[in-house]
Write a protein that binds this ligand. Structure first.
Ligand code: OGA
Ligand code: MN
Length: 296
């Protein structure tokens, strides 16, 4: 069966069929997936069976190198997954029991329910995130993804001119701090803010994209409340329902999103009652290209 892509939303996001992603990809299929990612920003693969760690790593690295490691917030119980290249996006402690309500890893992870772009708080933000579903709860816990190129396109001309050359500061201190999460002195040092353009050019499509994220907490040269208000306005605009794809998980799904042109968030579920086991690999990106620097 030939590889094919069927849109799952009017403005972006598609489901990919006709390829077995648990096996090595042919050069043609790899190129087709890259092109589809550049066009759609989000791809859904419904495999039925979760990828093993080795299969997820092999699929991921066929598109480039994995992101280097970064300071993690660990559960008091220790680390559950054996491979540091996998981010543990679950409510589980080692051994598979549900984390305690006050576990720091759980509290930190609640920040995934804020709209964000993965690793926007790193000097070099992420390219793609690949999230696989191993165990899902009976209800809730959808993942929502918003199209930041549509968000940019649909801004009025005055706002585009106002924001296109702005530079922001991103840190986990801003995102998790907004929820009241407390940091150690060491974490405050590790999570020093980095600068990112507010509008960036998406390399694969050449289109402009709003680089918003809950990690964003300052705009260079703007008083803080004014900056925060502007970021809220832009986020409300960019996450209106018309630009959002809501993924309803099935076990074995792999959801891939391009962090350079989308934002995403987790939706709530009863995390004291039900396990949710998701595992993420993340591709290294490149420095975000600001509009002012990009060739028009
Ligand atoms: C992530 C993330 C959302 C979810 O893995 O980066 O934000 O629904 N996940 O788990
Ligand atoms: Mn995320």
């Amino acid at each position: 069966m030939a590889i094919s892509f069927s849109p799952v939303h009017p403005v972006f996001a598609a489901e990919c069929q006709g390829v077995d992603i648990s096996r090595p990809l042919s050069a043609e299929d790899r190129r087709a997936i890259e092109q589809a990612m550049d066009q759609y920003g989000v791809l859904v693969f419904r495999q039925g069976t979760p990828l093993t760690t080795e299969q997820q790593l092999a699929f991921t690295t066929s598109f480039g190198p994995i992101e280097p490691p970064y300071t993690q917030i660990r559960s008091v119980e220790g680390t559950r997954l054996d491979n540091p290249a996998l981010s543990d996006i679950s409510n589980l402690a080692p051994g598979g029991k549900i984390m305690a309500r006050d576990d720091r890893k759980r509290l930190f992870g609640l920040g995934n329910m804020l709209w964000h772009s993965d690793s926007s708080y790193k000097e070099t933000p992420a390219k793609w995130s690949l999230l696989s579903a191993h165990v899902i709860p009976p209800e809730g816990a959808d993942t929502e993804i918003a199209d930041m190129r549509a968000g940019w396109d649909m801004l009025d001309a005055r706002t585009k001119a106002q924001v296109r050359d702005l530079v922001c500061e991103h840190s986990r201190i801003f995102s998790k701090g907004a929820l009241g999460f407390g940091f150690t002195e060491q974490e405050l040092r590790d999570f020093a803010p980095v600068r990112q353009p507010l509008v960036r050019r998406h390399p694969g499509s050449g289109r402009l994209s709003l680089f918003l994220s809950s990690h964003n907490g300052r705009i260079v040269g703007m008083p803080v409340p004014e900056a925060m208000m502007l970021l809220r306005e832009l986020t409300e605009h960019a996450t209106q329902r018309a630009f959002v794809y809501s993924h309803k998980w099935r076990v074995g799904d792999l959801l891939v999103w391009d962090n350079r042109c989308t934002m995403h968030r987790a939706r709530p579920f009863d995390d004291a009652a039900y396990p949710r086991d998701m595992r993420r690999t993340t591709l290294a990106g490149e420095a975000a290209v600001a509009v002012a620097l990009a060739a028009e």
